[in-house]
Ligand binder design. Sequence first.
Ligand code: PMP
Ligand code: GLN
Length: 385
Amino acid sequence: MESSISITSKLPLVGTTIFTTMSALAQRHQAINLSQGFPDFPPDPILVEYLNQASAAGHHQYAPMPGLLLLREQVARRTEALHRASYDPDSEITITCGATEALFGAFQAFVHPGDEVVLFSPAYDSYEPGIRLAGGIPVFVPLTFPDYQIDWEAVGKAISPKTRGIVINSPHNPSGAIITASDVEKLGQLAEAHDLWVISDEVYDHMVFDGYGQLSLAGDSKLSPRTMVISSFGKTLHTTGWKVGYCLAPEKMMAEFRKVHQFLTFSVATPFQYAIASYLQHQAGEMDDLPRFYQRKRDLFLSLTSGSSLKPLHSSGTYFQLMDFSEVRPGSDLEMSTWLTQVVGVACIPVSVFYPDGTDHQVIRFCFAKQDETLVRAAERLRIL
Ligand code: PMP
Ligand code: GLN
């Protein structure tokens, strides 16, 4: 429709996300979609049955604003069991519309105009616009390449009198890198010295490989009083389309977050919350198998593609595998991703889009949260490279 209205964009440099773009390109070319991160297999049928039961029981009206108490209690119980961290379901846990809402709401709640917020590049795509819409200034510190570790000296230099917060993401999208106890120690020192809040995006918390185990900032006594921890049932229960996540924070931070949450979404879809609460109550043990489940898929994908000229980087967590394609083809990672989708028939994500300045190391990201059969079909196509 033609419109003569004049709108000044608040996000002039933002277009459609790469995930939408690459999934659409994959569909158009009937490519195997290893781009956007989502499983191509169904969740546990018991979880779906709980959803059907919640629907049949008539749970179709608004849930309480902070989330169903039953579900918050289950989140508290699990956080206590995994990280020996105690969060009060009444005042310190909120159920959100995916991790995306929790992130956006946190930026709205904590970032004031002119505040600087430290981010690490490559960075998940929703952080920067969330900070900018709140009037904040993202300050990017590049992770080291090719192992995607935090350069703490560079972080120290990036902190100014205007710095108010820092966003950390482990396991890290897109690299699959994870933070260590030493990173947590250094972060704690800096956050305390400069009185910073921390947003810890831990959506892949259950997907850590090679025996490392989950490391949550919820379990760190120095950091947890100044940190909002964010996670997502989309990843943990193979239900990205349900858009149910949660956040944990000390009461003081959570009270400010809820002021935003109540006007951003008010509450999250009720039947999904009942279903997840029942699952956590009766089947939580299933989630403990996720590291083994995804590590096997990572290793299968690596062995199936080992004959190609793609060179894998190390993935310690998430359901992503990075590959260096410099021996396959010259050109940018965007050109490579487009060619791979259109000509070879496997869609992936160019990693340069996660850098504010488009840094291109000739690396692409594949999602291995797929049925074995999908990985086998994709690898057959990739092996010719
Ligand atoms: N953070 C990271 C690092 C992610 O990869 C994603 C997306 N998958 C999200 C946040 C958003 O999670 P959700 O789908 O629960 O909104
Ligand atoms: N987090 C997913 C990924 O990295 C995509 C989520 C989305 O499409 N917004 O692929």
